[in-house]
Design a protein. Structure first.
Length: 270
């Protein structure tokens, strides 16, 4: 059994991006306030963060997920990824800012452009592979009324981003985001499957899907004798619309275990 994902990379819809089926979420590299995890954690120092990124690469992970709302995550990733830019597919976001322990949202054209330019600078790169609208939950209003997609389309034409979509919370928002964009990040796990129609649409229209809360933010639990992590990944990867699932672990043992389970699940599905 392969315990790495090197041979299991797959296209993300029709974005032209090839991604590992597991992506590394980096909220825990930048923020420890207002996060919904069952246990507290300590933000890794640079040496620990660098080791985690190196381990992820060795395990065949090439997708990294960050956001301005993740505290100092982007600022830290820039230096940590120096000299490795072409090894990674970088996903970042726009719309949500996290300041003094509070989130605020701004989807205006001016802020969207400022946010993307700032992310490019922080990440020390000339392009962001995938830029998602960090929705406040009012997905349809955000997409229809703010013009945020128009700004992202312009940034894509300028080559500053390669694809765009939404990290949303509703079926309607996810469907509209895919009709007009490249990708949607949706919640899909053992306890929440309400956004499955977005996955179905993506599968039939060659659109990209990233899964968030794949393990229910660490809360996955099931009947005795059933491995909740394996059951979670079996559910997720049984759906043909799924490109990659984002997990936000900072524990090397958890990362290696998740990769081994995903590799085994995908080989069983072949």
């Amino acid at each position: 059994m392969s315990a790495t994902l090197h041979d299991l990379h797959r296209p993300l819809g029709s974005t032209g991006l090839h991604v590992s089926p597991l992506g590394l979420g980096t909220v825990k590299l930048g923020r420890d306030q207002g996060v919904k995890y069952p246990n507290g954690f300590t933000i890794p120092d640079d040496a620990q963060a660098s080791a985690l990124l190196r381990q992820a690469r060795e395990l065949g992970i090439n997708l990294i997920d960050t956001a301005p709302a993740y505290g100092v995550s982007e600022q830290r990733l820039g230096p940590l990824l120096r000299g490795q830019r072409d090894e990674w597919v970088i996903v970042s976001k726009t719309g949500e800012e996290f300041e003094q322990g509070q989130s605020r949202f701004d989807f205006s054209a001016a802020h969207t452009r400022l946010s993307v330019e700032r992310s490019l600078k922080r990440l020390e790169t000339d392009r962001i592979d995938l830029l998602l609208v960090h929705s406040d939950g009012n997905d349809l209003a955000v997409l229809r009324d703010t013009g945020v997609y128009d700004t992202l389309a312009a940034l894509k034409r300028e080559g500053k981003i390669l694809g765009y979509g939404i990290s949303g919370k509703t079926v309607e928002g996810g469907l509209l985001a895919l009709e007009e964009g490249d990708c949607a990040m949706v919640t899909y796990n053992l306890s929440e499957q309400g956004e499955k129609p977005v996955l179905d649409y993506a599968a039939t229209h060659a659109k990209g899907i990233l899964i968030k809360k794949a393990l229910a933010s660490g809360h996955a639990c099931l009947a005795e004798g059933v491995d909740p992590v394996r059951a979670s990944f079996e559910l997720i990867f049984a759906h043909p619309g799924v490109g990659s699932a984002i997990v936000g672990t900072i524990t090397p043992a958890h990362l290696a275990a998740n990769v081994a389970i995903v590799a085994a699940v995908l080989q069983d599905l072949r």
